[in-house]
Design a protein around this ligand. Sequence first.
Ligand code: NAG
Ligand code: NAG
Ligand code: NAG
Ligand code: NAG
Ligand code: NAG
Ligand code: NAG
Ligand code: NAG
Ligand code: NAG
Ligand code: CU
Length: 366
Amino acid sequence: MHFSTALRASLLFPITHVLGGPITHVTRQNQTSTPQCTEDTAIQRKEWSSMTEYERLAYVSAIECLMNQPPEWDVPGSTSAYDDFVATHIRVTTSVHLNGVFLSWHRHFEHLLEGQMHDKCGYPGYLGLPYWDYPLYLDKPLNQSLLFDGTPDSLGSDGTFIPNRPDIVVTPEWDANLQFPHGPTLPRGSGGDCTYTGPFANHTVSFGPISRSVIPTGLPANWTQPNPHCLVRDLNDWFLRRLNNQTAMDNLLASSDILEFQTRLEPIHQGGHLTIGGAMQDFFCSPQDPIFWLHHTNLDRLWSIWQAADPARRSQFNGTSTYLNPVGYTPEVNNDTQITFPVLGANVTTGDVSNPMAGPYCYVYV
Ligand SMILES: *[C@@H]1O[C@H](CO)[C@@H](O)[C@H](O)[C@H]1NC(C)=O
Ligand SMILES: *[C@@H]1O[C@H](CO)[C@@H](O)[C@H](O)[C@H]1NC(C)=O
Ligand SMILES: *[C@@H]1O[C@H](CO)[C@@H](O)[C@H](O)[C@H]1NC(C)=O
Ligand SMILES: *[C@@H]1O[C@H](CO)[C@@H](O)[C@H](O)[C@H]1NC(C)=O
Ligand SMILES: *[C@@H]1O[C@H](CO)[C@@H](O)[C@H](O)[C@H]1NC(C)=O
Ligand SMILES: *[C@@H]1O[C@H](CO)[C@@H](O)[C@H](O)[C@H]1NC(C)=O
Ligand SMILES: *[C@@H]1O[C@H](CO)[C@@H](O)[C@H](O)[C@H]1NC(C)=O
Ligand SMILES: *[C@@H]1O[C@H](CO)[C@@H](O)[C@H](O)[C@H]1NC(C)=O
Ligand SMILES: [Cu+2]
């Protein structure tokens, strides 16, 4: 939609011409080996506001492109290559969250999307998925930031404001780990309805909503059916300030083992979802909002920084492959635990994906 068709055409071919000079092209590495993966040859994942306008437009365009490519999965609700990622996430949600494979699974999920952006949509070869470094966005409202100001090189706007909603009530289902000191209610966001301007304005999503209440019983049989509705956002800076500030990042990186790391990461993870609201607050369908990828690359970046501080951390895992790690359902995760991606790619093990510069990967956070 909008300007993207022209940009997409330009991305598929004369990239060097568009940028006005030669750029380093990185040949995509083989799935099973990455010879000569160095800082110089690695795909660069950049912070959104450190990317050039051209690079931000390239991200928006590649996502729109995947939303227009045919699906490979014959799930009725999947209308595009992009929807295949949403369907995959829905299908395995309760196996890959709040447990011992959360970090590994999302690392590979992000990599698979990055690969399709390169292979199907002409996203520049040297460039990886962007990331969202939360503390950089605390000085002004998100709706005025490069992420959500509604300009063509943003991810579009907030949702249309729905006035007169009651404050958010903290119920017992809220993660106790969040420890809100705020009393029983929290302030509402500044949107609540469909995104209204910029990229993904009035964008139609196909899946969900799916309530968290289905977690104990499993997905309803009709989860595969299309239910077209608009992309909803409800930007809420209160959560970002409370859960995703610099103190929270510093505490996270000071974690002494993987259990502590995972425990401190979870409020930051939930903070990103709660800050965007709408589709991002749907436990199953959150990848429908293109901010999902920037949020999860940043979680992956924090993990990779923590891992790099001590080589032993690459083989540390804690938990099982079941939501909340109940005893007796799936085994304790170790280096050989398989994680699965329906139509998107073959199984990998947690050990395979423990290093962004080895195995199937060659990317750096810059
Ligand atoms: C990638 O691996 C496959 C299978 O081993 C091999 O056939 C192919 O030639 C490799 N491609 C490159 C570019 O090395
Ligand atoms: C932008 O966000 C701020 C802070 O949440 C809010 O007060 C303001 O009303 C929002 N502006 C618009 C145009 O939505
Ligand atoms: C979004 O939908 C609303 C209501 O249908 C319409 O008024 C508005 O013009 C649409 N905006 C865009 C950017 O398509
Ligand atoms: C699935 O069924 C439930 C319960 O009948 C309904 O509320 C929901 O809208 C249905 N979802 C889809 C995608 O059809
Ligand atoms: C910043 O994060 C810390 C640690 O998560 C939290 O205790 C504190 O309340 C947050 N600060 C603000 C101003 O919300
Ligand atoms: C994970 O942490 C829990 C709590 O400390 C501990 O009981 C369990 O043995 C740990 N599992 C692994 C695989 O380290
Ligand atoms: C892939 O991993 C899943 C568990 O995540 C397992 O159930 C399945 O058997 C594995 N498939 C193969 C081909 O190993
Ligand atoms: C973990 O798995 C990877 C990939 O299979 C392997 O290279 C590594 O040696 C394993 N590490 C340990 C500690 O077993
Ligand atoms: Cu997820």
